[in-house]
Design a binder for this molecule. Structure first.
Ligand SMILES: NC(=O)C1=CN([C@@H]2O[C@H](COP(=O)(O)OP(=O)(O)OC[C@H]3O[C@@H](n4cnc5c(N)ncnc54)[C@H](OP(=O)(O)O)[C@@H]3O)[C@@H](O)[C@H]2O)[C@@H](O)CC1
Ligand SMILES: [K+]
Length: 506
């Protein structure tokens, strides 16, 4: 899998440079050949049923017409629904249209509901659409999304924004593909937000264009990548035999206000099973009348937050912390400290509501990771959740820069961003994680990695990936995604982290 993620502007730059270096029409021909080969691979050879090809007015449509012509030439039954535009097609698309017409592909005006196809090839729109699909384009997408057969999108599922992973709106629609073959380079929008539900399995074909030949766009310039273990596995070193609990750091969860103990305990369990040497809950507003012990996890030490010695410990602030004046005071104290810090949940809401806490966080003298879900991110940025979700990468970048911290914007395809603009999009996980307490476990896990000396960036990447991988492990054992509980995650995280450490030794 190509892990670098290119923006549409970068893809256009690669396309321009390659087009000027190659004979006319080469790239579209290559895109058509790559997609034809991939389609036949998916179909396990030449099918007997009809392949339906949707071709739009632009060059994405040209790619689709190439595929239609290729499949027809190989003896497949091909139907083409072509959506012409107002203007003339590009010369390459016009040539592809003529090729498809010259062969045995059958052009149809409308899709008949109930007609069966072995595969739909979606070449309506690629990186071009700047406005929501309407009229016949929308009807075609609605018809395709009702079909039960596999759908192969060319370059990008039609109607999806390749940069952001949002369906182009307002009130837009996008093809829900089973597979996407994407050209010239991988794209962030295929891996985050709506993209996770629309792209299906993503296959990258570079069309023979070596990125290093393309001036101005190379690995150095791709500012986004997929989050995979090579980015952080070096931190998961096997343990030295001559070590003790002090070697693996203390995590203190600041939270668990009366009535909200569960969130703090889940975070503490996340930290414990991810290898922190000692784990505390510093319970906010607890005068001693609250919980004294986690009966299933007696290793967790529970203390009142007032007077707790946070110095020299990694603080996970937020799970079940509430918004009391005491919570605000304690948060200000840890933000002013210099230890590793992870800020989650209620602590993020307190920061969002207070310019003073924002300034203290930005000045925090130590590694800092923030783990907002989209609503918390929206509060921090002073916008609405749809605005955050409309561009998850930019929202995460903006927050990281403003608050001078590594930011994990949670949700499908979690986005991890650094203040310098570097971004990673997570690859692991499933909707089983959409359950109460799963974020608390993530916070504790991140705190444990920080406590074990992982730098903030690697700790955030590692925590997000391990959290998702643990959920995948549980689903593979039949524990979800429906009904997966946050309390099941810590043990699965332990298994994933140990597997990672064992691999890093070999
Ligand atoms: N150049 C090459 O050699 C290569 C190109 N490649 C391929 O080209 C794709 C990019 O092609 P592209 O730039 O033509 O954009 P594309 O996605 O086809 O859409 C543009 C068309 O859609 C129209 N349109 C837009 N929105 C609309 C709407 N809501 N409803 C209706 N119409 C709408 C828009 O019309 P307009 O806005 O001008 O009115 C225009 O006609 C790329 O994704 C890849 O597949 C690769 O194979 C590599 C080689
Ligand atoms: K498409």
């Amino acid at each position: 899998m190509d892990t670098l993620l290119y923006s549409v502007d970068q893809i256009r730059a690669i396309e321009r440079a390659a087009t000027s270096a190659l004979p006319p029409g080469t790239l579209m021909r290559r895109a058509g050949e790559a997609a034809t080969t991939y389609a036949l691979e998916l179909l396990k050879g030449r099918p007997t049923d009809v392949v339906l090809v949707l071709a739009g007015p632009g060059n994405n449509g040209g790619d689709a017409l190439e595929v239609a012509a290729n499949l027809a030439a190989l003896g497949c039954k091909v139907k083409v629904a072509w959506l012409g535009g107002d203007g003339a097609p590009s010369p390459e698309t016009q040539a592809a249209l003529e090729r498809a017409h010259a062969g045995s592909a059958c052009f149809v005006d409308d899709l008949t509901d109930g007609e069966s196809h072995c595969l739909v090839i979606d070449g309506l729109f690629g990186i071009g659409p700047a406005r929501p699909l309407a009229g016949r384009a929308r009807e075609l997408v609605e018809a395709v999304n009702r079909k039960r057969c596999p759908v192969l999108s060319l370059d990008v599922p039609s109607g999806l924004d390749a940069d952001t992973g949002a369906v182009v709106g307002p009130h837009g629609i996008a093809v829900a593909a089973t597979y996407t073959i994407t050209f010239l380079g991988n794209k962030p929008g295929l891996h985050t937000g709506d993209g996770c539900d629309h792209a299906g399995r993503v296959h990258v074909d570079r069309l023979g264009v070596d990125e290093l030949q393309v001036a101005g766009v190379d690995a150095e310039h791709a500012r986004a990548r997929l989050n995979l273990p090579p980015l952080f596995a070096a931190c998961a070193a096997p343990r030295r035999r001559n070590s003790h609990k002090g070697s693996y750091g203390d995590v203190a969860v600041l939270g668990g206000a009366p009535g909200m103990a569960g969130a703090a305990l889940l975070a503490a369990r996340g930290a414990l099973f991810a290898g922190a040497g000692r784990v505390f809950v510093a319970a906010v507003g607890d005068d001693g009348a609250g919980i004294a012990l986690d009966p299933t996890q007696p290793e967790i030490m529970i203390r009142p937050a007032a007077g707790f010695a946070f110095g020299g410990r990694t603080v996970v602030a937020g799970p079940g912390m509430g918004d009391s004046a005491g919570a605000t005071r304690m948060l200000a104290q840890v933000l002013d400290g210099s230890g590793p810090l992870l800020v989650d949940a209620d602590a993020l809401n307190l920061v969002a509501a207070s310019p003073d806490l924002q300034a203290r966080l930005a000045r925090h003298d130590g590694p800092a990771v923030l783990t907002p879900h989209p609503l918390e991110a929206a509060r921090l940025l002073g916008v609405t959740t749809p605005v955050v979700q409309a561009d998850r990468l930019e929202s995460a970048r903006e927050l990281a820069q403003r608050l001078n911290a590594v930011v994990v914007l949670k949700g499908a395809g979690s986005v991890i961003a650094r203040p310098d603009g570097e971004v990673a999009v997570n690859t692991s996980g499933n909707p089983g994680l959409a359950t109460g307490g799963s974020g608390d476990v993530l916070a504790g896990l991140g705190g444990a990695l920080l406590a074990q000396g992982w730098p903030a960036w690697e700790a955030a990447l590692g925590a997000v990936w391990l959290h998702g991988a643990a959920a995948d492990r549980l689903v593979n054992c039949g524990c979800g995604p429906i009904g997966l509980t946050a309390g099941e995650l810590p043990r699965a995280i332990r298994a994933e982290l140990n597997a990672l450490a064992a691999q890093s030794r070999s």
